[in-house]
Design a protein around this ligand. Structure first.
Ligand code: UD1
Ligand code: CA
Length: 466
């Protein structure tokens, strides 16, 4: 595997009414990706050819999301799963189907493990079945199709929950919605399906009865872990899927050498990468294309979205960052806010309650406390004192502040942009800087201090008289 006599069809045309959403079901997200993305990953594990995805509701959106990774067949009206698979026939027949097998996956069943799928395909090839399907055993078989076996244990047919008798409803082995068919048997029989059932649909599952009636062999592989066959039909299913993907993501990261102080509390998208010897504290949320290097510490409540973090970086409690870069050995937070376009060089320190936006900090630069640094370039080893504000917005336009290498900005200064503080220059604490400061000079705009000696004594005496 991948086997070249295997074609894959993914059914993804339904809207998913039970999601109560304007978004088509297969485009709902779990751990940062569309649920159908996981199904496409699976298809790629077992077949070299792009799968045929059957699309219908919001077909443009689905096609856009999956792009070149799939071929597409359109199902204009959602007349059932049998009808869905039929729409893939013209594309597949063009390639010739003789001697091939067709794996059918449901776009809403994302948790199947590649090993399980391989086991199903192996069993199909080994046994010479016309059809081998995946089943699972559930304590509550709910709305899944029931597997009816004959006296010798062979699969005889599938009865949909809505069509099942009281006795049949008690059957706890159910259909996972994943099938490997001999191509001829599949497309040969699909044309004979009827809509004679409670939903008036062409059920793919009716093929099982048709095959076993004509003496063809139908086999089943029981999934060891029922979660692998969980279909997303409701928000509550989606939450279960998300939790399971999260669990797998964290398991994998731990195998790769990441430490989690309390793994069940973190939220990490399946797109995130983390290097070994990094420690992640409780309640971290790491999203999108976030990549974290080795030896980092990610403290409690940190929220990173599309952030690239180097090695040995310390991100302290409550820090929020998006679309930003943090280089090696930097320290950020607690409670820092790095907004898009922030780039922190090596050994930079951005401390508590500092907000940055489109700000590029050179190596070793520091803004340790209570500042807003926006639309700014900060040179290497510059030091920005507590409470410094870049006044970047004049109400109409944004302007740039440049702080050159080694400059020192005294606490509580305002730098009114556009403005440049030269290399090695000093700004006195509490200054409002509106003009460029030349290199190696001192600028200060403070009102000189007045001292009136004995003033307080006089005031107290006045108060007593009143
Ligand atoms: C289906 C099976 C059921 C099985 C369950 C497993 C049938 C008749 N029933 O039921 O035995 O236990 O899956 O999850 O097959 N779709 C289309 N076009 C359609 C109808 C559906 O593309 O006309 C797609 C849906 O988008 C979805 C998948 O097929 O991705 C399954 O359809 P869904 O309506 O969810 O079937 P279930 O009722 O879950
Ligand atoms: Ca379903």
């Amino acid at each position: 595997m991948p086997t070249d006599n295997l074609e894959v069809v993914i059914m993804a045309a339904g809207l998913g009414t039970r999601m109560k959403s304007s978004t088509v079901k297969v485009l709902h997200r779990a751990a940062g990706r569309h649920i159908v993305d996981y199904v496409l990953d699976l298809a790629a594990e077992v077949s070299d050819r792009p799968p045929v995805v059957v699309i219908g509701h919001q077909r443009e959106a689905v096609q856009q999301a999956l792009g070149e990774r799939a071929r597409y067949a359109v199902q204009e009206q959602q007349l059932g799963t049998g009808h869905a698979v039929m729409q893939a026939a013209p594309i597949l027949e063009k390639q010739g189907l003789a001697g091939k097998n067709v794996l059918i996956l449901s776009g809403d069943v994302p948790l199947t493990r590649p090993e399980t799928l391989k086991k199903l395909i192996d069993e199909h090839q080994r046994s010479g079945n016309a059809l081998t399907l995946l089943t699972m055993k559930l304590d509550d078989p709910a709305l899944y199709g029931r597997i009816v076996r004959d006296g010798r244990g062979a699969v005889e047919r599938i009865v949909e929950a809505k069509d099942a008798s009281g006795e049949q409803k008690k059957i706890n082995e159910v259909n996972a919605g994943i099938y490997v068919f001999e191509a001829d048997q599949l497309f040969g029989n699909l044309r004979n399906l009827s809509t004679n059932n409670s939903q008036g649909e062409y059920y793919l599952t009716d093929l099982i009865g048709a095959l076993s009636k004509t003496g063809k062999r139908v086999g089943a592989v029981v999934a060891e872990d029922p979660v692998e066959a969980l279909g997303v039909n409701s928000r509550s299913d989606l939450a279960v899927v998300e939790a399971e993907i999260q669990r797998r993501v964290v398991e994998k990261l731990m195998r790769e050498g990441v430490t989690f102080r309390n793994p069940s509390t973190v939220v990490i998208d399946s797109t995130v990468r983390i290097g070994n010897a990094t420690v992640v504290y409780p309640f971290a949320t790491l999203e999108g294309h976030t990549v974290i290097g080795s030896g980092c510490v990610i403290e409690p409540g940190v929220h990173l979205s599309n952030v690239r973090v180097g090695n040995n970086v310390h991100v302290k409690t409550g820090t929020v960052a998006e679309d930003s870069d943090i280089a090696d050995d930097a320290t950020v937070g607690p409670y820092a806010h790095l907004r898009p376009g922030t780039k922190l060089g090596k050994r930079v320190k951005v401390g508590n309650f500092v907000e940055t936006k489109k700000a590029v900090f050179g190596e070793g630069a520091k803004a340790s406390h209570l500042s807003y640094i926006g639309d700014a370039e900060v040179g290497a080893d510059a030091n920005i004192g507590a409470g410094t504000i870049t006044c970047n917005y004049d109400g109409v336009n944004k302007h740039k502040t440049t702080i050159e290498e080694g400059a020192f900005i005294g606490s509580d200064s305002q730098l009114v942009a556009p403005v440049r503080i030269g290399r090695g220059a000093y700004v006195g604490a509490g200054s409002t800087i509106t003009k460029d400061v030349p290199p190696d000079s001192l600028a200060l705009t403070r009102v000189p201090q007045r001292v009136i000696e004995g003033w307080a004594v006089k005031r107290r005496e006045q108060k007593k008289k009143k």
